[in-house]
Design a protein around this ligand. Structure first.
Ligand code: INI
Length: 157
């Protein structure tokens, strides 16, 4: 049996940053609420162990996520945003910037940067993913952050 490494969904003494965009805040607020509730349910003292940073739009998430990750203060950074397609191709630029930027932040810092940014064609699809019939992607991001913080603790290097 090879050595297995996997992360439990437990708080430990980890610190988390949540970077959330105000654009489409009707949606993103619900996602942050879901993320905080999930962290609490897994034992995180959100007052002591979570910092929420607000940014204007999803395009601004990566630079702040990278600063948080690089600080050495946080064990995982959750990025929460909602990009909803409009009449122009602006959507594509925002999606590609936030996706590659958050990935780059993780690779540059070796801190998990969790992609809790929904990208949808319609407002209805976004609502479905922010606490209605398709769950809450903020909760999923919180679970991924807990798991990854615990995986990273066990890795060499
Ligand atoms: N920002 C979002 O977070 N979601 C969107 O749907 C969106 N759209 O569609 O335009 C959006 N645009 C703003 C962008 O993220 C920046 O804040 C802006 O371009 C300033 O840099």
């Amino acid at each position: 049996m090879p050595t297995q490494i996997e992360g439990d969904l437990v708080a430990g003494d980890h610190q988390f940053a949540i970077v959330v965009s105000r654009f489409n805040e009707f949606i993103t607020e619900q996602m942050v609420d879901g993320a905080l509730d999930t962290l609490e349910r897994h034992g995180v003292d959100t007052e002591a162990a979570v910092t929420v940073v607000h940014v204007p739009g999803a395009r601004e998430i990566p630079v702040v996520a990278q600063r948080c990750a690089r600080s050495g203060t946080y064990d995982a950074v959750l990025c929460i945003g909602a990009v909803i397609r409009g009449a122009t191709d602006h959507f594509d630029y925002v999606c590609s910037g936030v996706s590659s930027g958050t990935q780059q932040a993780a690779m540059d810092t070796e801190v998990p940067v969790i992609f809790g940014v929904i990208t949808t064609d319609t407002i209805e699809q976004a609502i479905e993913r922010a606490g209605t019939k398709a769950g809450n992607k903020g909760r999923d991001a919180a679970a991924a952050a807990l798991e990854m913080a615990n995986v990273m603790d066990q890795l060499p290097g």
